[in-house]
Each structure stands twice: as structure tokens, then as C-alpha cells.
Design a protein around this ligand. Sequence first.
Ligand SMILES: Nc1ncnc2c1ncn2[C@@H]1O[C@H](COP(=O)(O)OP(=O)(O)OP(=O)(O)O)[C@@H](O)[C@H]1O
Length: 294
Amino acid sequence: MIVEVNNLKKRYKKQLVLKGINIKVDSPEIIALVGPNGSGKTTLLNCMTNLLSFQEGDVKVLGKKHTDANLFYDVSYLQDNRILYGNLTGYDHLKFVCSVQKIAVSKIKEVATRVGMETYLRKRVRNYSLGMKQHLLLAMVIINEPKLLLMDEPLNGLDPTSALNMRKILLELYKDGTTIIVSSHNLDEIDRLTNTIYFMKDGALLKESLQDIAKKKYLITVNDIEKAKKVLNDKDISYSITDQYQLGFEETDTELQCFIDCLNDNSIMITDIEVQKVGAEKRYRELFEEELSS
Ligand SMILES: Nc1ncnc2c1ncn2[C@@H]1O[C@H](COP(=O)(O)OP(=O)(O)OP(=O)(O)O)[C@@H](O)[C@H]1O
């Protein structure tokens, strides 16, 4: 198990800000944490990384209790840039991370090049722009090649080239087995990174209700649409007609197989399948309709 959060509740005085969060991640994934301001994303990440205590529930990370000091080597957390020291250089920050994580300093140059900060590595952080600070934060959390990477708003201030580079790095880490949980308000960038979104609202995860929302739309072209309509109607499988030869189908991957089997069993030839992802923004709109209309 990579992450297991059971009934996590967090209060600030009388305000319950996390209302019983449950998460289970058992194989590497990229998960986006999306929700309105104040919905509890940062609080959840801080509780998971033991930066904040909580009143109820428990958290396990990589099979260990989240307070286990050994996790420090395998888990990284990108927080906001207030953790940086203006008087120190980027190199100083990375050297510090190397010394506490027991990593060879020779990795610094490599990671600086990877995130694109080699030209200002030796400059003091107080002279960095917002985006430059984000580059440094990214370098600090990937230098140890973590098994779990948590990120709170990593895209703040990044220009399109840097955002693209960050995406490339995150996808490479994921390919090498890192699980990434990233909170972000940038829904376009989320769409490019992952289709797994945990929506948060008022301290609760709306993940479960997502099953009711189609994540993908399939446009399926067939050789005999009239016959296809008849067999689908007979089987009570819903669809839409998108053009003369094309059926639209909004469902999960498993049910797509039923749709295809139904056509195959009736000798209807599928000549093309186009997948249209239902984007994070549309899913956000459906979940937060009330807030958006008020
Ligand atoms: N130190 C604190 N003391 C009291 N309440 C707090 C504290 N930090 C956060 N909160 C409250 O906890 C709730 C969740 O805040 P949190 O920062 O986790 O939300 P968020 O989803 O990360 O928001 P944003 O998208 O704006 O970053 C909010 O109601 C906030 O006011």
C-alpha cells in the first residue's frame, strides 16, 4: 500500500476542516487534488506529511505510520516558497537537502539542469522570481527520487515552458514508479497530467461521486447505424447519435467493453473509435454547480 488514509478528521478549535477523509492508493498513480479555496487541500497534505497533527483517524505511507522518521528519505513534499531562505543560494538549499538526505552533492548539477535552473543556481534566493523559486522547490523534492511526492500548488508562477518541463519531469517520475499527489487550481494542466482527480469540498473528498460522472466520451463509427440503434435499444444501453454513422457513448472503460461486445455479437462492424476526455473543468463545474451559480 502506498497511501492509506482512514477517516482522517482535523479540527482547528471548533471548526472541523477535514471531515473523515479516506484514501487508498496501492499502485503508482498521479492524483490531482482539486477544490475551491479553503476546502482543505493543504491541511490534508500537511496532515499526511506529519506537519500538522490531527484529532481522529490514521495515515499510513509506504506501509509505515506517517510519523515514522524513515519515511523522510522516500517521501517529498513541495510546499509554498515561504520555506526558502532569501540569503542562501539555490545551491545552498540543495546542498542542505543532500546532507540531510545523505545524497551525493554531485547530484545537484544534474537536478539543476533537469529543472532548468543551472544559470541561477549560485544566486541568492531573494533575487529569484516566483517561477525561479518554484524551479528550486521542484529540484529540492526530486533530488532524492522519492517513492511518494506530494505537491501543493507547484505550478504557481511557472511560464508555459516551465510548466511543460515540470509535466515532463512528473511523468518521468511516475513512469519510474513514483506516486504523485498534486493540488492545483490549474485544471488545464491537470488534464494534461492525469485523469484521476480527487475533488475536495468543505473538508470532504467527493471522489466517490465521481463514478456518476463520465470521465470519457467515445465516438464510435459503425457500418450499420440503424441496426446498431436497434440492438442497443433492445439491450437498454444508452447512447447518442453524433452523425450519420457515429454513436456517442459516455461511460467507464469496463462498460465500453459491453457496448463493443453488443455490437460485435450482432455482426455490426466498428470502423473507428475516438476517445474524448471529459476535462477537469467540466467535472469541476458539475460538482460545484451551486457555488458557481451563486
Ligand atoms: N492555522 C489555521 N488556523 C485556523 N484555521 C485554519 C488554519 N489553516 C487553515 N485553516 C482553515 O482550514 C480550512 C482549510 O484550509 P486549507 O488551507 O487546507 O484549504 P485549501 O483547500 O488548501 O485552500 P487554497 O486552495 O486556498 O490553498 C479553511 O477554512 C481555513 O480557514
